[in-house]
Design a protein around this ligand. Sequence first.
Ligand SMILES: *Cc1c(COP(=O)(O)O)cnc(C)c1O
Length: 243
Amino acid sequence: MINIKDNIDKIKAQIQQACQQSARLIPVTELPKPLLENSSPVSLLAVSKTKPATLIEQAYLAGQKDFGENYLQEAVEKITQLAHLPELTWHFIGPIQSNKTKLIASNFSWVHSVDREKIALRLNQHIQDDDCHDTPLNICLQVNISNEESKSGIDVSEVFTLAKVINNCDKLTLRGLMAVPEKNANSACYEKMQLLFEQLKKQYPSVDTLSLGMSNDLEQAVAHGSTMVRIGTAIFGSRTNKT
Ligand SMILES: *Cc1c(COP(=O)(O)O)cnc(C)c1O
């Protein structure tokens, strides 16, 4: 049987080690408190798509509070099942259809996969109309960093235009950037993301998140300034049908 707690501990150790190896020596005084406690500037998002609520609960009992989901219907079922657990934070990381924005706005605290103005404006509008959030919805722009035809994400050249739109939305907080580099992407791709993130951070004080790195490229992502890695397989095991 899969031991979720062991897997989470291993990933945390791997993140620590990656931080040390890449000499991300952030002065201790500048770290926010929760980060000081586990002494890593990189937070862990557990990607639970296709996995049952029982496994998510095991991760929760091991101290994990942030979970990422890609498929809305499936996610909403699990969010409902786990509503009794305090302090669970749900992140939507999958492709967004514009007719699904309402359900996303009402169920999630973060959306990492915003790549169109229309989606941003609709999310903002739903929160305004439904009053379903005490705090603004946290937004990362998804960047198509590998220039893949099939991938979601906005072109690099349009990042700052979309960032401005989001920053002007009352009910959205621009937190940063997200990317899914293609398999075996070279380091130039990660460097581009790092640079974009640094530029965006200078313009907008609310920007503090580079959502980059999955089970297979965690080290490379951390070396290039990732502040949040999204880990599925290494925590919950491989996925059979959907990916
Ligand atoms: C599935 C998925 C992940 C997790 O990938 P693993 O390789 O299982 O760690 C991270 N980010 C996104 C956007 C995903 O769709």
